[in-house]
Write a protein that binds this ligand. Structure first.
Ligand code: NDP
Ligand code: BG6
Length: 501
């Protein structure tokens, strides 16, 4: 149970607040995971009353909340009751006076005179205004550095955290001038997903996997993050970001570090983050030639799928018709340490791919020799352990089995674990877990300063090489496919192939 807290959401009229943050806070309240004296204040530019804000969010809850059935007045968790603790404060991020009035407003809100009162600021805004908000918060005296008898102050910063190594470092400096590191929660919502958290549990709580989790037994690892959707309404954001910044720097490298890290000395925030940083540190830095050889970028083009005309990236709203922004990346990374030397990690990520799927596939080495050759079995499929992050959340292990019959024939079969059949409880949304952790002061599932900078270091090396190529001819891939031919070539030249999904 959390203590009395004011949560101020900057960017409260935006998409993230509507689709994720308020539904998550409402769900935590329905699950009695936050106390009744947690008060939410939305801060944004548009003029609107508290009542208008509550009504708008009520509509969003009907659409996006997993508790929408209980939100009616007669339901178990009426939205109306929750909404009484939601307020709106109009302000401009750049205007110091609006922060002074925010301070006054917060002081006028409940809970009053009930002991410590905490403040959580959530930056759900375009990244371009993170710095100014942080400076103004500091300037207005809204931040207490040390938790004391009056309560704590924390800040959650949305992604993308910077746009390259330099801007991430500057942003880190700016935040450090106002907040201490243990007050800063850099969010990566992938870490709030149950299946991502299960990576460590799976590895470290079962005696049979960790002993095999190294270059003696593993041949290579494939991480796939595929989305069938295009950039939707986020064309202008995506034009600036591209998929390398949008997904690889954050979600995909987080997956990779959890797969590759050493067991931490304790299940505790800094111990875990220390090990994740060591993985990022051990990734072999790309030279210019490595980028050319090991990284493929591409852009989706139009295709008619089942009678639906899918536009190409360049025809999307707010996208430059001559854009060279990548919507697909495939790459090979090598981790130079004793555990992983010689085990390539292949990553492929893209918009408008064949289906929605995030998966980590661990390819084990082939059996050392073909015992069954005399029976006509020359090739054996490798064992593949697939961690399905989403959808159909679960884990499967593929192995060869004798097909019934009077001769030896080895067929691939699967052992499958599915969350939905093994656990009856619905999985909480990632933002529920992350908000709840931040309120209780647990930063395990948030990125530390050095983690962010190491990830940007890797990505910035690639960006520098790309930026140096005049007017690149980007490979193209058809909407609904698995990416360009160059992606297949990337892995084929290592005599391997992408998993069929
Ligand atoms: P939106 O563009 O939908 O919302 C931006 C918000 O910021 C609006 O409330 C807008 O207010 C406010 N705003 C912008 N400039 C100012 C200003 N100068 N003064 C006051 N308010 C201002 O963004 P999203 O909600 O989509 O994204 C927010 C953040 O979350 C971004 O960092 C994004 O990368 C991240 N994110 C978003 C995801 C999503 O699914 N949407 C997923 C993962 C991360 P007004 O309407 O009044 O102009
Ligand atoms: C966001 C990216 O961080 O994650 C989006 O900006 C992407 O481009 C999204 O679509 C994917 O998240 P999820 O949870 O829907 O897989």
């Amino acid at each position: 149970m959390s203590s009395p807290t004011h949560i101020v959401i900057f960017g409260a009229s935006g998409d993230l607040t509507k689709r994720k943050l308020l539904p998550a806070l409402y769900a935590l309240s329905c699950e009695t995971l936050i106390a009744d004296d947690v008060v939410i204040v939305g801060f944004a530019r548009k003029e609107k009353s508290h009542e208008q804000f509550r009504t708008e969010l009520g509509e969003a809850i009907k659409q996006h909340s997993r508790f929408k059935d209980k939100a009616e007045e007669s339901g178990k968790c009426p939205w109306k009751t929750f909404a009484e603790r939601v307020y709106y404060h109009k302000g401009d991020f750049a205007n110091a006076e609006d922060y002074a009035s925010l301070l006054k407003f917060l002081d006028s809100l409940p809970p009053k005179n009930t002991g410590p009162s905490n403040r959580l600021f959530y930056l759900a805004t375009p990244p371009s205004v993170f710095s100014v908000i942080i400076q103004r918060l500091g300037g207005a005296g809204l931040v207490t550095k040390e938790a004391n008898d009056d309560g704590w102050t924390r800040i959650i910063v949305e992604k993308p955290f910077g746009s390259d190594l330099e801007t991430a470092r500057i942003l880190n400096e700016q935040i450090a001038a106002v907040f201490q590191e243990d007050q800063i929660y850099r969010i990566d919502h992938y870490l709030g997903k149950e299946t991502v958290q299960n990576i460590l549990v799976f590895r470290m709580s079962n005696g049979i996997f960790e002993p095999l989790w190294n270059n003696h037994y593993i041949d290579h690892v494939q991480i796939t993050v595929a989305e069938p959707l295009g950039v939707e309404e986020r064309g202008s954001y995506f034009e600036e970001a591209g998929i390398l910044r949008d997904m690889i720097q954050s979600h995909v490298l987080q997956l990779l570090t959890l797969i590759a890290m050493e067991p931490p000395v304790a299940f505790e925030a800094n111990a875990i983050r220390d090990e994740k940083v060591k993985v990022l540190h051990a990734i072999r830095p790309y030279s210019q030639t490595d980028v050319t050889d090991h990284v493929v970028r591409a852009q989706y083009v139009a295709k008619n799928i089942d009678g639906n005309a899918m536009v190409g990236y360049r025809q999307e709203p707010e996208v430059n018709p001559k854009s060279t922004t990548e919507t697909f990346v495939a790459m090979r990374l090598d981790i130079d340490n004793w555990r992983w030397a010689g085990v390539p990690f292949y990553l492929r990520v893209g918009k408008r791919l064949a289906k929605r799927l995030t998966e980590v596939a661990i390819y084990f080495k082939h059996a050392p020799y073909a015992l069954f050759r005399s029976a006509g079995c020359y090739t054996l499929e490798p064992n593949v352990l697939a961690l399905r992050i989403q959808p159909n959340e679960g884990i499967s292990l593929g192995f060869g089995s004798k097909a019934p019959g009077t001769t030896i024939r080895i067929d691939p079969v699967q052992m499958d674990f599915l969350y939905e059949t093994s656990f009856q409880d619905a999985q909480p949304e990632a933002y529920e877990r992350l908000l709840s952790d931040c309120l209780t002061g647990d930063s395990t599932l948030f990125a530390r300063r050095d983690e962010i900078e190491h990830a940007w270091d890797l990505v910035t090396r690639i960006l520098h090489v790309w930026n140096g190529i005049p007017r690149p001819q980007l490979p193209e891939y058809q909407s609904g496919s698995w990416g360009p031919d160059e992606s297949d070539d990337l892995i084929r030249k290592d005599l391997r192939k992408w998993r069929k999904l």
